[in-house]
Design a binder for this molecule. Structure first.
Ligand code: ADP
Length: 477
């Protein structure tokens, strides 16, 4: 099959979030399994310097609304880059220090149109367009409306976080060259605005997201951010992301004081020693909790801030690494200043320190309000740091609760996003930590788990197979 992956970012070219990992892993993995996979993404300023591209096509002209735009296509093996300096030669992918770029709808609508032209020019006959997030979500509508497709390609849209939808004022519509007939409640209208993700949901053939539990959750108002009705109508398939087990490996991680495996777990003690001394925390005999992530309410960092004193009272130390919301950061930093030898907070992006935390902490805290998939908890388990997570989305799909009766537990789960539930769960975890036999079993269980990309790729592959040649379920405009 010819699979055209259309993504606003992809590893190793440009990354701001997990979607880049998925797009990159799909490109590599699908090619290995005998498909012809092609990636299309914008040529951002940062990408230009990091690739050695060939020129695939020059000076292509397209119309979007009343205006003509031009683009070139550069390529490096099976990755194709849409080049237009006016839209993409900027610092930042979606915005800069002043916020989101105001012309983001035009930038990514243009990207979708260019990809449709590019596949034609390059003679690629897609069986599947695999789209990622709102930036690529207009492609099925454009394809249906502005092209007379010779092929019978199907469109799969993967939503990486339904909290980001690409909502813009209605005046944007003509600039994107989209007819007013689509601006209805059964089309791309959303509370008087334009919603690009909604267009993708309606006009794609299949919608997926990055874990089975999140796929279910987003069809309800609590998690659907207003799109639950459209998602329920379309149906959502959940396919769990993987992690790269070579990239995240405590046996050869150069940032660790001592490398270790499941057979040499005592190596973790040296990593904990080092982490405590890097963070200037005292009392090595106490359990150490780590947490790494974007400091935002979605990730539950306001809850962590609320229960820091409880954590100290329960006799644990805590190390937090992340940046995000200034207000939450400040609360955490004030606590770190007050309990200098028990709490450490670093608001940097620092991968070496992240690796030391995965290896040196006993427990890993991730109390997300919602979590489409989550990588940090998978990495923590790979390194033998036991997750304490809220039972939601990908966290619920990757962590199994431990109680002394269950031999297969890998962490601790709690239900409600409130301080009481979280503190009770931490208490339970700290109790188990005191029993070295149980703790050892838990650590081994966690380290043995595998969430491989191969497994995800084979699920995507089966999904593509099920779509080829089928009748489609899209609304009539
Ligand atoms: P997200 O919603 O941000 O994609 P994930 O858990 O899926 O959350 O992935 C977060 C990734 O980013 C993990 O690999 C984590 O180690 C890394 N990370 C997050 N914040 C930091 C930071 N401040 N320094 C280093 N790595 C970080």
């Amino acid at each position: 099959m010819n699979i055209v992956i259309v993504s606003p970012e992809a590893v190793p070219f440009a990354k701001t979030g997990g979607l880049a990992d998925v797009a990159g892993a799909l490109l590599q993995g699908l090619s290995r399994t005998g498909h012809d996979a092609f990636l299309f993404m914008p040529l951002y300023r940062g990408v230009r310097g990091s690739i050695r591209p060939k020129e695939a096509a020059r000076g292509q002209k397209i119309f979007m609304g009343e205006r003509a735009y031009y683009f070139d296509i550069l390529s490096q093996r099976n990755a194709f880059f849409i080049s237009n300096d006016y839209f993409f030669d900027r610092d930042g992918l979606y915005g800069d220090s002043r916020g989101d770029f105001p012309d983001n709808p035009e930038r990514f609508a243009f990207f979708c149109l260019s990809v449709l032209h590019a596949t034609k020019i390059l003679g690629i006959k897609p069986d599947i367009y695999h789209l990622h997030d709102w930036q690529t979500a207009l492609l099925p509508l454009y394809r249906r409306e502005l092209f007379t497709p010779a092929d019978n390609a199907a469109a799969v849209l993967t939503i990486h976080n339904v909290g980001y939808q690409g909502i813009f004022p209605p005046e944007t519509l003509p600039r994107l060259g989209i007819s007013g007939k689509f601006f209805t409640i059964h089309g791309i209208e959303f509370h008087g605005n334009l919603n690009l993700l909604k267009a993708g949901i309606l006009y794609s053939d299949r919608v997926t997201t990055v874990s089975p539990t999140y796929a279910h959750e987003i069809t309800f108002p609590e998690y659907g951010f207003g799109l639950e009705g459209s998602l329920r109508w379309k149906g959502v398939t959940g396919i769990l992301n993987g992690i790269d087990y070579d990239l995240w490996n405590p046996a050869d991680d150069i940032h660790l004081k001592r490398n270790y495996t499941i057979q040499t777990l005592h190596g973790r003690a040296a990593c904990k020693e080092e982490l405590l001394s890097v963070c200037r925390l005292r009392d090595r005999s106490l359990p150490l909790i780590g947490s790494i992530g974007r400091i935002i309410a979605q990730k539950g960092y306001d809850l962590i801030a609320d229960c820091l004193e409880d954590i100290i009272g329960l006799g644990a130390n805590i190390v937090i690494l992340g940046r995000g919301d200034r207000d939450i950061e400040q609360v955490l930093q004030r606590a770190a200043a007050r309990f200098r030898d028990r709490v450490h907070v670093s608001t940097l992006f620092n991968e070496p320190l992240a690796r030391k935390i995965y290896a040196g902490s006993d427990l890993f805290l991730m109390p997300s309000r919602y979590e489409p998939c989550g990588l940090a908890q998978m990495i923590a388990m790979r390194y033998g740091s036991i997750p304490i997570v809220r039972k939601t989305g990908g966290l619920a799909d990757t962590v199994t609760d431990f109680n002394s009766g269950s031999p297969e537990g890998t962490g601790f789960l709690f239900h409600d996003a409130d301080r009481n539930d979280l503190v009770e769960c931490i208490k339970r975890a700290l109790c188990v930590w005191k029993n070295k036999r149980d703790w050892n079993r838990l650590t081994r269980n966690a380290m043995r788990l595998r969430f491989s990309w191969e497994h995800s790729i084979s699920q995507y592959s089966a999904l593509y197979g099920s779509l080829v040649g089928r009748q489609r379920n899209v609304p009539q405009a």
